[in-house]
Ligand binder design. Structure first.
Ligand code: E4P
Length: 220
């Protein structure tokens, strides 16, 4: 199971690389806006942080680009910036056409905004490198997500599709575990989600207790 950081804030990415050994980064227009930097500047900075590694950075194409003719040159332009870049495209017809054409040019696609099994199946069929089923948004909408992840993994395995499944918009440690139990390849979550998931009140309590015993005991 790989852990990706869902962020375009370079300090957060550097922290997660150093302390959590994250395996890759996903960005979206919300994260880029939150970074406070222009799009091209921030993606170049992120590329530097992973230079020389095999960690991928998913970079989302301008969401206004909804035709094949608009997507292709932009995807090629972004992919030429860094070998780590995977081009993030919205789940739509133009993307289904673009995925195999970009693959022929050696450009990998992360098909994003996937909310149903049939969308996932189609993205895998046409050869997406990553597919990103969003579970946080579905849960907020009262939909079941554990079964959704299991279904997507089962379809991938039934037909031996090569796509890697990124369980996206992950909000809790429980969702990380659900994704791992279902056999998803990757989860992507924000730094705060990982921080909370890696802590437990009993761990804090244990540290306090053992520190107090330690302080009452001679070392030699
Ligand atoms: C995934 O690749 C997306 O960037 C992300 O998980 C979207 O969710 P959010 O912006 O609601 O966190």
């Amino acid at each position: 199971m790989k852990f990706f950081l869902d962020s375009a804030i370079t300090d957060e990415i550097a922290y997660a690389l150093e302390y959590y050994q994250i395996d890759g980064i996903t960005t979206n227009p919300r994260h880029v806006q939150a970074s406070g930097k222009p799009f091209m500047k921030v993606i170049r900075e992120i590329a530097k942080l992973v230079e020389g590694t095999d960690k991928t950075v998913s970079v989302e194409v301008n969401p206004h680009f909804t035709t094949y003719a608009e997507i292709m040159p932009e995807a090629e332009k972004l992919a030429s910036i860094s070998p780590n870049f995977v081009i993030k495209l919205q789940c739509m017809d133009a993307t289904f056409k673009a995925i195999p054409e970009l693959a022929k040019r050696g450009i990998r696609v992360n098909c994003t905004l996937i909310f149903s099994g049939s969308q996932a199946l189609q993205a895998m069929r046409v050869g997406a490198y990553y597919i990103s089923p969003f579970i946080g948004w579905k849960e907020s909408n009262g939909e079941d997500t554990a079964q959704f992840i299991q279904d997507v993994v089962a379809m991938r395995d039934n037909y031996d599709f090569q796509s890697q499944i990124i369980v996206a918009a992950v909000r809790t440690g429980k969702q990380i575990v659900d994704a791992a139990v279902a056999g998803a390849d990757i989860v992507t979550a924000g730094l705060a989600v990982y921080k909370e998931a890696f802590e437990h009140p009993y761990t804090q309590e244990g540290i306090k207790r053992f520190t107090s015993f330690w302080d009452k005991t001679p070392y030699e």
